[in-house]
Design a protein around this ligand. Structure first.
Ligand SMILES: [Zn+2]
Ligand SMILES: [Zn+2]
Length: 498
């Protein structure tokens, strides 16, 4: 299967659905592309040449050794899930680390599909897939067709450090936000029985990978009566927004004093500050009929901590430039320069703590209240999709179903007309090696650099000299084009231009 029919099928899908008024969201399309390429022979393995993969292959072992020996004063000990996530990322999508083997029930042809890591915080492909599935589920089964508003709560710098080491605090913080919203809606309508709806997504990152914990809250623009009837809130006046921000600031400071994170003197001082650093942004509003906009907002709320396209790694200078699409508020620029160690450390800040949820459901979005308020399981008008029976059997989370939904291409369809079925998931190294050798695929995964040998490589800068005795690692010519085309002096200007 090559990628050509996939594009044709996608355009047909969009055209056909445009007449019905429904279009797949960009995030779903990109997730499906990522999935599709996993099975496409032409695109396979290309991502291993990407700058993040190359960087981690060279520097992960060295970073791991230094973190195990020395305690990072800013980050403390290395959490086990960080190591697990980075090492799984390096194995994600590599056939040599595990394959699912599909066999055609008619001609016996086999198709090998690599396994994915399904880890949070580092692997953008797994996140895209997870996002697409979550977004569809939330739209179809959690969110009724009412207007929504996004409330973004940002915190001052001086209290962010508490959230770095104690992951339970974010859940308590979102509880405070929910209580403020409940009070506001009930007081405004004078009805103490109204139930708000809120979904909270934690985010830990700023524009340039800096640690900046904040909450994205999707809130129904009104409240539900105990019978499930929606009472719309309408416009929130500017002075109400200011009062809500002030109320949240007071409640959060009181809570931090109560749990012993800050002293009461410090809280009093912060209450007097004119710009205390708390900010509540609630300008983003989604109309009840704009389900495509709602899908985009959901994907934005749960977006990946960094952009793969923004990473530019120069193996010659051992520097990484991370480029963002927006200007950073504090740094007033849209790029940051890291050493490999700093960059890996910055990425590790955004890997969620083990067992801690990133999404929380409150009020009418909570499973128990939802069942009571909306007894019909499907509460929205989902676009009905006719899928072949063997695709339907794949269930909600299956990759084959997602490829079918977006591209109308059946990845389980064999060229002979038969159907491919899962024959085995092979994890044994020796068995994988034999299967790959038989199929003519590379039998080994990419080689990782050891912790101790610093790489010697030629510089790609035209003016730099190549030292005698330089070793040429196999991927030394895979530098990003940005380093070839931009002179150091031009860097600032080029990155600032839109
Ligand atoms: Zn066949
Ligand atoms: Zn992955």
């Amino acid at each position: 299967m090559d990628s050509k029919p996939c594009r044709q099928s996608l355009s047909t899908f969009i055209k056909r659905n445009a007449t019905n008024g429904a279009q797949p969201s960009p995030a779903i399309v990109s997730a499906a592309k990522a999935l599709f390429h996993k099975t496409s022979r032409s695109k396979k393995h290309n991502w291993e040449k990407g700058p993040l993969y190359v960087l981690l292959r060279e520097h992960w072992q060295r970073y791991l050794e230094s973190r195990q020996k020395n305690r990072d004063p800013k980050r403390g000990y290395l959490r086990p899930e960080i190591r697990n996530t980075f090492e799984s990322f390096l194995q994600c999508g590599v056939l040599a680390h595990g394959v699912a083997r599909f066999l055609c029930n008619t001609c016996g042809k086999q198709r090998l599909v690599p396994l994915s890591c399904r880890k949070r915080g580092l692997c953008s492909r797994c996140r895209q897939k997870n996002n697409a599935i979550w977004s569809e589920w939330v739209q179809n089964e959690v969110l009724p067709q009412v207007a929504y508003r996004q409330w973004v709560l940002s915190l001052p710098k001086c209290i962010r450090v508490f959230f770095r080491f104690d992951p339970t605090l974010k859940a308590k913080l979102s509880g405070i936000v929910f209580r403020v919203i409940t009070d506001y809606i009930r007081i405004r309508f004078g009805r103490p029985d109204l139930i708000p709806l809120m979904i909270t997504c934690d985010q830990s990152f700023g524009t340039l990978l800096d640690y900046s914990p904040h909450l994205h809250n999707l809130i129904a623009d009104g409240g539900f009566t105990p019978e499930g009837k929606f009472v719309p809130l309408g416009k929130i006046p500017r002075r109400h927004q200011k009062e809500l921000e002030e109320l949240m600031r007071r409640r959060i400071l009181t809570w931090l004093v109560r749990i012993g994170k800050i002293s009461s003197t410090w809280a009093k001082t912060m209450r007097r500050w004119e710009h205390a650093g708390f900010s509540l942004h609630l300008e983003t509003r989604i109309r009840a009929d704009d389900r495509a906009g709602l899908g985009r907002l959901l994907n934005y709320m749960r977006r990946h901590p960094f952009s793969m396209r923004g990473i530019h790694y120069n193996p010659a200078t051992q520097k990484i430039i991370y480029r963002a699409s927006k200007i950073h508020g504090g740094k007033k620029r849209n790029f940051a320069i890291f050493t490999p160690t700093e960059f890996i450390a910055a990425l590790s800040d955004h890997i969620p703590h083990r067992g801690k949820h990133e999404i929380r459901y409150y009020g009418a979005a909570h499973p128990q209240i939802r069942k009571r308020l909306f007894p019909n399981r499907s509460i929205t008008k989902a676009v009905p999709v006719v899928e072949p029976l063997h695709i339907q059997k794949q269930g909600r989370r299956a990759w084959a179903r997602w490829i079918w939904r977006i591209f109308e291409v059946d990845p389980l369809h064999c060229s002979c007309g038969g159907t491919l079925t899962l024959n085995a998931i092979v994890l044994n190294k020796e068995s994988i090696r034999r299967i790959l050798a038989h199929a003519g695929e590379p039998t080994e995964g990419p080689i990782m650099a050891s912790a101790r040998s610093p790489p010697l490589r030629p510089s790609v800068c035209p003016s730099a000299e190549v030292p005698t005795g330089t070793r040429f690692p196999p991927h030394s010519n895979q530098t990003t084009s940005i380093w070839r085309t931009i002179r150091p002096g031009l860097l600032l200007r080029v990155f600032r231009s839109p």
